[in-house]
Write a protein that binds this ligand. Structure first.
Ligand code: NAD
Length: 290
């Protein structure tokens, strides 16, 4: 396929490289001037989109996605598909899809989980919203860049799945960290805490697969000085998107709201910026009740 790839950062760069490796013709564009070996470089987003069968975007936020969509949709050929893999708000995803439909272009919102490791290893999971026809067009590309693509329904539903999942993740990570900090103060060893909880009803991905306590459970960022991994500021971004969506949909999400407030405090007023999101555990260790 002929692919335009816009946004060649930590995630987009390796994803584009995997498409090149698989034999697709890739034209890349990034405002920062990043280039990819084996891909040609366009000097504008519209140029990268011209003549492409699929245009992939991997951008920081919904505002930037909207402005890039304004540039690329008019340049795309009829029947081509705009495949946005960024994590953005549901409303931006739905608006961009509607704009694409008006121009006779397909659109998918397909945010990912798996992080930078998944992007370079081609093992991402895609959560996809949009038409079945557009999903079928993009399927061979999901197979190269990832290990799984779940079609979640109409436009915006991929973003909805992503932010609901990450709201659970933020909440369970905080719960796991505060429970470890309480267990410490009660004199329970971390090993005993892990052994019990990981096989009891308090288990979760945060405890079992990504344990925030160093030296306990499988290797995780806690064993690497809390270097990300999944940075606390990216968790904060996703939690804020969940609260923006909850506000718009009039959904009551008190735990999501509390998690957002705590990560915002950690990232913006404490030392959370640039640390893994599981560094909530050393944060709780420094706190007392009052
Ligand atoms: P990044 O900041 O490394 O990359 C974004 C790239 O977009 C940058 O290279 C930037 O120069 C480029 N860009 C910005 N504005 C542009 C424009 N107008 N036109 C062209 N290029 C533009 O971010 P990232 O870590 O690659 O994340 C990208 C998206 O993936 C985000 O939405 C993020 O939330 C999501 N995500 C990231 C991770 C992760 O672990 N990094 C995991 C899952 C999802």
């Amino acid at each position: 396929m002929k692919i335009g790839f816009i946004g060649l950062g930590n995630m987009g760069g390796p994803m584009a490289a995997n498409l090149v490796k698989a034999g697709h013709t890739v034209t890349g564009y990034d405002v920062a001037g990043v280039t990819i070996d084996g891909a040609s470089s366009a000097s504008t987003a519209a140029e990268a989109a011209t003549g492409a069968d699929v245009v992939i975007t991997m951008l920081p936020n919904g505002g930037i996605l909207r402005s890039v969509a304004d540039d690329v949709i008019p340049a795309m050929k009829p029947g081509a598909v705009l495949l946005d893999c960024s994590t953005v708000d549901v409303e931006s995803a739905r608006d961009v899809a509607a704009q694409a439909a008006k121009a006779g272009v397909g659109a998918l919102d397909a945010p990912v989980s798996g992080g930078v490791g998944g992007a370079s290893g081609g093992t991402l999971t895609f959560m996809v919203g949009g038409s079945q026809a557009a999903f079928e067009t993009a399927k061979p590309l999901f197979d190269i860049m990832g290990q799984k693509a779940v079609h979640c329904g109409e436009a915006g539903n991929g973003q909805a799945a992503k932010i609901c999942n990450n709201m659970i993740l933020g909440v369970t990570m905080i719960a796991t960290c505060e429970a470890f900090a309480l267990a410490d103060k009660l004199g329970l060893s971390r090993e005993a805490m892990f052994d019990v909880v990981s096989t009891s009803s308090g288990y979760s991905w945060s405890m079992n697969a990504y344990c925030p306590a160093p030296g306990v459970g499988p290797k995780s960022p806690a064993d690497n000085g809390y270097l990300p991994g999944f940075a606390a500021e990216l968790m904060l971004k996703d939690l804020r998107l969940s609260q923006q969506a909850a506000e718009a949909a009039d959904a009551d999400t008190p735990m999501g709201e509390a998690a957002t407030a705590l990560y915002s405090q950690f990232v913006e007023n404490e030392d959370g910026l640039g640390r893994d999101f599981s560094a909530m555990l050393p944060r709780f260790e420094t706190k007392s009740r009052g």
